[in-house]
Design a protein. Structure first.
Length: 95
């Protein structure tokens, strides 16, 4: 995502620009955690929006904040495949 200095991104539309927040998409996971590598932030679904700014990182139509579960430090992995639900577009392994 290209940043326009005249219109800085506010991914969660809360009135605070992403650069001043620790959780830009307001899903309960810190930007640093979601980015993995700040120099090359992760974009799980390949939609051009880095996971730390994407409210649905795996593009399965379920918001990350709903898939993470009650403990952001230990996100839910419903199918126990090692990939948390918010990054797994088939979190129940039904194909």
């Amino acid at each position: 995502m290209k940043n326009n200095p005249d219109d800085p991104p506010d991914s969660d539309n809360d009135g605070i620009i992403d650069a001043l927040e620790s959780d830009s998409d307001n899903d309960g996971l810190s930007d640093l955690y979601e980015a993995k590598d700040p120099n090359h932030p992760q974009d799980t679904d390949g939609d051009g929006l880095e996971d730390f700014r994407d409210t649905d990182s795996d593009n399965d139509t379920i918001f990350d904040k709903d898939e993470i579960g009650p403990d952001p430090e230990n996100p839910v992995d419903s199918d126990n495949d090692g990939k948390p639900d918010y990054l797994d577009n088939d979190s129940d392994n039904d194909g």
